[in-house]
Design a protein around this ligand. Structure first.
Ligand SMILES: NC(=O)c1ccc[n+]([C@@H]2O[C@H](COP(=O)([O-])OP(=O)(O)OC[C@H]3O[C@@H](n4cnc5c(N)ncnc54)[C@H](O)[C@@H]3O)[C@@H](O)[C@H]2O)c1
Length: 335
């Protein structure tokens, strides 16, 4: 049984509590939040769980093997560092930290302490994203041309970070997972219409090593709630619509490519393909449940998690480049 402490019981932390309590190999012994009313809610559903407003009490507890950090992003580094120092395995919500240097320090510390550091890039445990990866790996899309992500809605406007830090780490982690590579340069244009100077709308362009390009649009100021990823290839296009509960993934077997066998000098011929639209069955399991199971399995079997510290640090490195580009007014910058 892996004994867990949860730090941060606002919106997202209680989802960890529920999942770790339901898994057969884990148990939450203690929850921490600065706000008493959040702890009262925990007590209502899980009356055996100890409660505290001081996270050091969680870290001092010798019974606790692992901690989950679901506090605002700006606190992640400090709390994760203290938890690793006390010899706990650590699962930090995204983003791992706000700077690449801090992330690297946590990775080094986890290695020295021989403890697991994992980051909550939940989408990599999402069966729909796994389905996208399956199609891409099988070659169903042909040559990948570009990717596009839209993550828009009204609010929730976070105090500590901008819309980019809140929403975009999801897409960066999904794209890197699908392509097995990280972007080499980015450009980002932002607008702050709700609360200056923090950006509540961003348009981000990314360039990957082999020439694949991508675009992410994230906004807290758009009444059209969209959660969509598209991957466009020479043979097919695939769409993941997270708000569509019936058909989350659709493969459109239509594409355009250059006919390489056509050899007339100075001319080229395009091949148009038309085919079926496939809507595959997607495993309905909760992604966070699968992520929690993975965390426990990795601890028990001493395995490297899919979303380990290095993976989290790489996403933060891209986010730092996005910040530099935002400051420069959308200049293309190296990651
Ligand atoms: N993976 C996902 O899909 C997903 C979804 C939502 C949120 N998140 C991430 O989870 C984290 C928390 O987000 P949220 O929406 O739950 O925010 P929230 O503001 O609702 O909750 C954060 C909680 O942390 C508490 N807190 C702050 N500092 C603390 C401290 N020093 N000690 C103890 N408690 C402290 C606050 O009182 C608050 O209740 C963020 O990093 C966010 O990006 C991830």
């Amino acid at each position: 049984m892996v004994k867990i402490g949860i730090i941060g019981c606002g919106y997202w932390g209680p989802n960890y509590l529920r999942n770790f309590m339901q898994l057969k190999d884990s148990e939450v012994l203690i929850c921490c939040d600065l706000r008493r009313e959040n702890l009262d809610k925990v007590k209502k559903h899980f009356h055996t769980v100890e409660l505290t407003t001081d996270y050091n009490q969680v870290l001092r507890d010798r019974m606790i093997d692992a901690v989950v950090i679901a506090t605002p992003a700006k606190t992640h580094y400090k709390i994760a560092k203290a938890a690793l120092a006390k010899g706990k395995h650590v699962l930090v919500e995204k983003p791992l930290t706000l700077t690449y240097n801090e992330s690297k320090k946590l990775v080094d510390m986890a290695r020295k302490k021989e403890k697991m550091l994992m980051v909550g890039h939940t989408f990599l445990f999402n069966p729909a994203v796994r389905k996208l990866k399956e199609y891409i790996s099988k070659g169903d899309l042909g040559e990948i041309y570009y990717l596009h992500a839209t993550r828009t809605h009204l609010g929730l406007v976070r105090k500590d970070v901008n819309a980019s830090w809140d929403l975009v780490p999801h897409d960066i982690s999904i794209f890197s997972y699908l392509l097995d590579e990280s972007p080499i340069s980015v450009s980002a244009l932002g607008g702050s219409f709700l609360r200056k100077p923090k950006h509540d709308v961003v348009f981000i362009n990314l360039l990957y090593p082999k020439g694949i390009i991508a675009n992410i649009h994230a906004s807290w100021a758009d009444s059209n709630k969209v959660r969509e990823i598209q991957v466009i290839g020479s043979r097919a296009r695939i769409v993941f619509d997270d708000l569509n509960n019936l058909e989350k993934v659709k493969l459109y077997k239509k594409g355009i490519s250059v006919d390489k066998s056509y050899v007339n000098y100075g001319e080229f011929q395009l091949l148009l393909r038309d085919g079926d639209i496939i809507s595959p069955k997607v495993d309905p399991q909760e992604p966070l449940r699968l992520q929690c199971e993975h965390f426990i399995n990795c601890i028990k079997k001493h395995k490297k998690p899919l979303t380990d510290g290095e993976n989290g640090a790489q996403v933060v490195k891209v986010m730092n480049a996005i910040d530099r580009s935002l400051k420069s007014g959308a200049r293309m910058v190296k990651v």
